[in-house]
Design a protein around this ligand. Structure first.
Ligand code: HPA
Length: 245
């Protein structure tokens, strides 16, 4: 059973045939919301809205550990993360889809491991390739079946938020090699790795990152909102193809 973690704009999967909801308890507290079990193109899936079903939990306060632990308890075979991002690259405009293959983590102060010492042996996970290649391929292929082109590879910069970046910060991320920027990719990805759950992300570009748009002003939130709405319709169609690939 696959898990889908929906980000901004995807607090519900309208094409999910819901079978039951379950409030999960974990040693790390409560997940962002109840796990929604159902079927997507006739395969069992579990859905979780990362920011809560009312979109009330900001990126730095998401209980990533509880979310990933709850999905492990539900025995998921993999996690697909859907997350909106800003684009650092001029050739990736709003509406572009990216299946990233790398991460640079600029977040701070988040609970980012299950291995906290306290008498248990120190554990270091390998994170050379942060995303699962098999799930990445499925996302790219499902996109193709849905008539979409998802960029195969990209470096995701995970930033703290909830504010957007300064233009200089985006310039720095670009020098570091990042292609897109978002606020939730870490520690979600590494926590999944710590629990051995294959994890991949479908990033939806909803804006040019700070200082990168053609207009001289800042980022226009109404534009982001409109882009989120239209893009998530496409994302649902892609997710609906996952059972064919
Ligand atoms: N920066 C960080 N996170 C984001 C952005 C952005 O420009 N757009 C969507 N998520």
């Amino acid at each position: 059973m696959l898990a889908i973690i929906g980000g901004s704009g995807l607090t519900q999967l309208s094409n999910l045939a819901v079978e039951r909801r379950e409030v999960a308890r974990t040693p790390y507290g409560e997940p962002s919301g109840a796990l929604t079990f159902g079927r997507l193109c006739n395969e069992p899936v579990v859905f979780l809205a990362r920011h809560g079903y009312g979109h009330t939990i900001p990126p730095h306060l998401v209980n990533y550990r509880a979310n990933i632990w709850a999905l492990k308890q539900a025995k998921v075979s993999g996690i697909i993360s859907v997350a909106s991002v800003g684009s650092i690259r001029a050739d990736l405009g709003p509406g572009a889809l990216v299946v990233p293959d790398q991460i640079i983590d600029y977040t701070w102060g988040r609970e980012s491991t299950f291995f906290e010492g306290g008498g248990t042996p120190v554990k270091h996970v390998d994170f050379t390739h942060p995303y699962d290649q098999g799930l990445r391929r499925r996302l790219i292929e499902a996109s193709r079946l849905a008539g979409e082109v998802a960029l195969d590879g990209g470096v995701y910069a995970a930033t703290q938020g909830p504010r957007l970046e300064t233009a200089a910060e985006i310039n720095r991320f670009e020098r570091d090699g990042a292609d897109v920027v978002g606020m939730t990719g870490m520690p979600e990805a590494v926590l999944a790795r710590e629990l051995d759950i294959p994890y991949a992300a479908l990033n939806v570009v909803v804006n040019h990152a700070a200082g990168r748009s053609a207009s001289a002003g800042g980022i226009v939130f109404d534009d982001i909102e409109a882009m989120l709405q239209s893009a998530m319709v496409r994302v649902r169609t892609i997710l609906d193809k996952l059972c064919h690939v």
